[in-house]
Design a protein around this ligand. Sequence first.
Ligand code: HEM
Length: 508
Amino acid sequence: MAETRESGLPKGFRSAEQGWPELHRIPHPPHRVPLLGDVLGADRRRPVQDSMRYARELGPIFRRRAFGKEFVFVWGARLAADIADEARFAKHVGLGIANLRPIAGDGLFTAYNHEPNWQLAHDVLAPGFSREAMETYHGMMLAVTGRLTDHWDRETAAGRTVDAPGDMTKLTLETIARTGFGHDFGSFERDRPHPFVSAMVGTLTYAQRLNSVPGPLAPLLLRTAARRNAADMAYLDRTVDGLVADRSRSGGGSGDLLDRMLETAHPATGERLSAENVRKQVITFLVAGHETTSGALSFALYYLARHPEIAARARAEVDRVWGGTAQPGYEQVAKLRYVRRVLDETLRLWPTAPAFAREARQDTVLAGEHPMRRGAWALVLTPMLHREPAVWGEDAERFDPDRFDAKAVRARPPHTFKPFGTGARACIGRQFALHEATLVLGLLLRRYDLGIDPGYRLAVTERLTLMPDGLRLRLDRRPTPASTPAVPVTVPDGADGPTGCPVHRTDD
Ligand code: HEM
C-alpha cells in the first residue's frame, strides 16, 4: 500500500483489519458470506438506512463488510463523544468522499487533512461566512424565495400540488449560485431540473454505487455508468469554467465567494488559490451548498405538514415576530427561535449528510475500550447518534422541537447532536444553511397552510445525502398579513447555547 509523503499515512482504502487489533470484539451482521461479506438482505440503494437497521440490532459500535472492504460504525453517545476529540482524531477522507475526489479534488470538502490547499482555502473563504457576509446574502435569499412563492402561488391557483424536494432543490441551488457566484441557473423557469442538478445527482449516485460493487470488478460492472459519470463530470467542469470566465470578463462581483476565490490572498502568507483549485472549490460549494439544505427544508416541510399543531405554533411565532413586514430583515431571522427548533429537530431525525468519518491521529483506545492504530477510522452514523435512547429518551423517534429549547440543550451531554460534523473540518456553511432554511420556513409558514396526503408514508432516498421521496404538498394561501412593523424582540444572551451564538456551540 502506498504511503503519502506528507502524512506518512497509508493512502487509499484502509480496511478495518489493518487498524483495529481487536476487531473480533466488534459485532457484525449474522450470515456473513465468504468473499462477499455482509451482503445478504443488504439494500444497496439505501446503505444508510440499512446501517441504521444493523445499528439497532448490533449496538453502539458494529462493523460491516462488503467485497473485501470492512468498516466500523459508531453511534453510541460515549463513543461518538470520544471520537470527536480533536487532539486524538481528525476527519477521514474515505469511501463516499474519496469517490468524489475525481470531481472535487482537493476542494474544501474532499481535501485530505495534510493537503496545503485545505488550510489555504479555509482561511481565504471563512470570512465569506462571517456575520457581515451573511447580511449581504440575506437580500438575495429573500429574492430567490420570492421566485419560489411566485411559482407556488401559480401552482396553488391552478389547484395543483407541489413537488417539495424538487422545488427546495431549485431554491437552494439558486441561492448558493446567486449569493456565492452571482449566477442565475433559471431553475424556476424550467420544467425539468437544470442539467447541472442532473449531472450533480449523477456523480453523487455514482460515487455511492462505487462502494457497493467489488473494487476490481467496478470497471466492468459499472462500464455504462462510468461513461455517464465522465459526461456528468465534464458538464460540471464546463459549467464552472463558464462561470469563472464570465466573472473574469465582467471584472469582479460584489465581494462574494467567487471574488474571494479569485482575488483574495491569504492574510498571513499572501498565497492565492490556483485556477485549478478554484474550479474544485466552485464545484464543491455549488454541490455542498445546496443538496443538504434542500433535504433539510424538505424534511422540515414534511414534519410541519404532518403535525399541524407544531406548524400552528411556528406560524404564530412568525406572525408575532415579523408582523406584516413584507421583507423581514437579517436580524429578524435569528429571532424565530421555535422555527429554528423545528429545523434542529428535523436535522436530528434526518441529518441530511448522514455520516462523517474520523481517523486516529496516533495509536489510541476508543472510549477506553477499542484499540485503534494510527490511521484506523470509523464512520459516525449520525441518524442513530441522534436517536440514542440514553440521550434522547425512549421516544427518540417522535418529532418534538422542544427537545431544542435552551434548557433541554444545556442539560444534554456535549457531542450528541452533530448534523454539521465536528472539529476543524465541520461544515463551513452551517450559518448560511441555518439562516437560509429558517428564513424560507418562516416565509412559507406565513404564506401557506401546508397539507399532505394522509396516505403518504415517509420514504427516504439516498445519494450520499438524504431526501424525502415523492413528497407532494397541497397548499392553501393564507391571507396576506396587514402591513404592520415587526415586533422588536429582546433575545437574552446565551439563550441558544453556552457561547451565546445561535449557531456555534462550545462543544464543536
Ligand atoms: C443543512 C445543510 C447542511 C448540512 C447538514 C451540512 C453537513 C455537513 C457535514 C456533516 C460536513 C462535514 C463532513 C465531514 O466531516 O466529512 C460538512 C462540511 C462542509 N460543508 Fe456542509 N452542510 C450543510 C450546508 C452547507 C452549505 C450551505 C455549504 C456552503 C455554502 C456547505 C459547505 C460545506 C463545506 C465546504 C464543507 C467542508 C468543510 C471543510 O472540510 O473544511 N455546507 N457539511
